[in-house]
Each structure stands twice: as structure tokens, then as C-alpha cells.
Design a protein around this ligand. Sequence first.
Ligand code: KG4
Ligand code: ZN
Length: 374
Amino acid sequence: MNVYILGVETSCDETAAAVLEFGDGSAPRVASNVVASQHEIHEKYGGVVPELAARRHVEMIAPVLEAALEEASVSAEKVDAVAVTRGPGLVVALLVGLSAAKGLAFGLGVPLIDVHHLDGHVHSLFLPAEDGSAAPPPFPHLGFVVSGGHTDFYRVDGHSGVTHLGGTLDDALGEAYDKVAAIMGLGYPGGPIVDRLHAKFLEANGSGAAPVEFPRPHLADRPYAFSFSGLKTAVLNYQKEQGLYLSDRNLPPWARPQEVPEEVACAVAAGFQEAAVEVLVEKVSRVVRREKLPAVSVSGGVAANSYLRRKLGERASQEDWSLHFPARKYCTDNAAMIACAGGFRLRERGREAFMDFTDLDADPSWELGDASDG
Ligand code: KG4
Ligand code: ZN
């Protein structure tokens, strides 16, 4: 019998709800996937402001839930279970989605499956791929999550068997993208903007051209670790040295230095992205071989990056591991991936395991892959 899972995600700056239909096939059908982004609210601050995010989630949660059910043509009574992000994330934001999901599950008398946000990203690979096909990575594989909050390696043995191997020591890569874009006054979120400027640089100068040279923090003695704060600071220092626009909002407009000319912005963005991606490709290649795993999945917002996809693809084709990406629309935060993780856990553990949820609380710093993950 087909099972309908309603997913809810509010851990950061997207209010999202989705309906998935689990049947006999290897990938669930995405009946609806509604994402209300708050980017325009946070753009002028160069990052997410928690209180503003929470207020917007409160406004949006009911209409987004309604839209997800309506688009799926599924009435609330047909929902078999609700899956919700319980952590990690901004506590004030998590609480909005968790409270709504709890209320719904309680009212409908269905199970509530609490999902770790990163387990959601790992499960974006089990949604239909870019071309609509079902081509999930094999178990075990190396799950690499690169988002605004995480740059982490996991060993993925099954839908409930995820072990943390290591990750960034400071900034997540997405966060570094956002900060670099903010330093250059380019807008938020920074990832897609920097990616676009890099492509423009390559188009204007040819693929052999050298952009601004930035350090590549390889941390050779720590194969699973990353550190992007030095790279971010190098971009900041370069901008200062060159006397270029520094996005200091405390200065009155007349006192601000000149805006960065586009060719310079392109060369800086290209330099940053080439340095970051080179480190990333090197690390992934080393970790997958060290762990003796046959496949790598890359998920999270940064997995939408075209240069990263190309460079990792080139490396995978030279070595003996396969590379898997989610469809681009499932890279950045969404509720389909949360419903997907929830649906597989429900299939494995049965509905009774998820009926006692009244005491569930948001956990803003929940670690994935430690002993308590169940
Ligand atoms: O997964 P996500 O939506 O949220 C978190 O869980 O953090 O990731 C958001 C991050 C942002 O930092 C954004 O700049 C980055 O993903 N991002 C990208 C791209 N699209 C989004 N980074 C690089 N290239 C992209 N195309
Ligand atoms: Zn995320």
C-alpha cells in the first residue's frame, strides 16, 4: 500500500513543506515540494537574522503546509506520517516547524518522525535525480554534506546507519561563500553569485587564465578536516590592500570606498572558488580511498555549484569511485529530503516507534552519527 509522508523543514531561512508518496519503487514520488525562501529579508544583513527568520516562519508555516497538501492533491486525512527537522539549526526557527508538525500529527493521530537536518541532505540522493530517474548511491558510500552550516564527511551504511567521520574546523564552505560575497557587497546567498562570476571570468579569459591567487588550506595531517576561515580572511585582506569596496554598513555612503569593478569581482570570485574547490576535490578523493568506499554522494546547498560538480566529476572519472549528486532543486534546503529520510525510517522501524512524540524538543546542536542517533 502506498504511504504518504508530509515533510516539514524550518531550520534556517526556508519555510518548506512537501508530500512524498512511498510505493514499491526504489525512489519515492515527490507529490509536492513547496519552499518559501526568506532571502530577500536577510539579504541586506549579509546573513540570516534568527529573530526575523522565526517571525517569517510563523507567518508562512500554515500557508506553506496548505499549499503542499493542495499541490499534491492529498487531503490531511490521507497523510500517514509527518516528518520534521528537529535539529540542528536556529532554535527559534526549528520550534516553529516542530510545533506545527506536532500539532498536525497529534490531531491526525499519525506518527511524527523527527529527522536530523543533515540526514535529510544525505537523503536528497534518494529522491528522483535531475532527469527524474531513480539512481540512488549504493550502500555503503561516503556522504559529503556541503552547506551553509556544514562541511562534513559521513559513512552511510544504510538509511539509519550514518557515522560521522570528520569535517570543518571553522567556517562551513557555504558560510565562506556567503561571507566572501558580503565582503564584496554582492548580495546573499553568496554561493550562486560567486559561481556565476567565476563562470563569467572563465568566459572572458579562457579556461587557462589565472585569477587572483589565494591560499589552499589542505591540512595535510588531518585528512577529514577543513579550514576555510584563512581563505575568507585572505579575500578580505586582498580587498583591503586593493582599496576596494568593503561592505561596511556603518559608513555613510559618501565615505565608502569605490565599488568593485566587475572584472575585479570576477577575478576575486574565480580565485576564491578555484582555491576552495581544489581543496575539496583533493579531500574527497583522499577520504573515499582511505575509507575504501566505492561511491561518493555530495549534498547540501554548495552541491548545486556547477564548477564543483565539474571538477569532482573529472576526478571521479580518473579514479575508481562513482559520484552522485541530488537534483539541483533538492540541494538547498527543502522538505522533500526531510520526508524522504522520515519515510525510510518509518519503513524500517514501523509506526509504533514514532507515536510517542509529545515530549520531543528542538535540538539546535544535534550531532548526526554519534551513539544516540537510534
Ligand atoms: O543546504 P543549504 O540550503 O542550507 C544549510 O543547511 O545551510 O545551503 C545554503 C548554502 C548557502 O551558504 C549558499 O551560499 C550555498 O549553500 N549555495 C551555493 C550554491 N547555491 C547555494 N554555494 C555554491 N554554489 C552554489 N550554486
Ligand atoms: Zn541544509
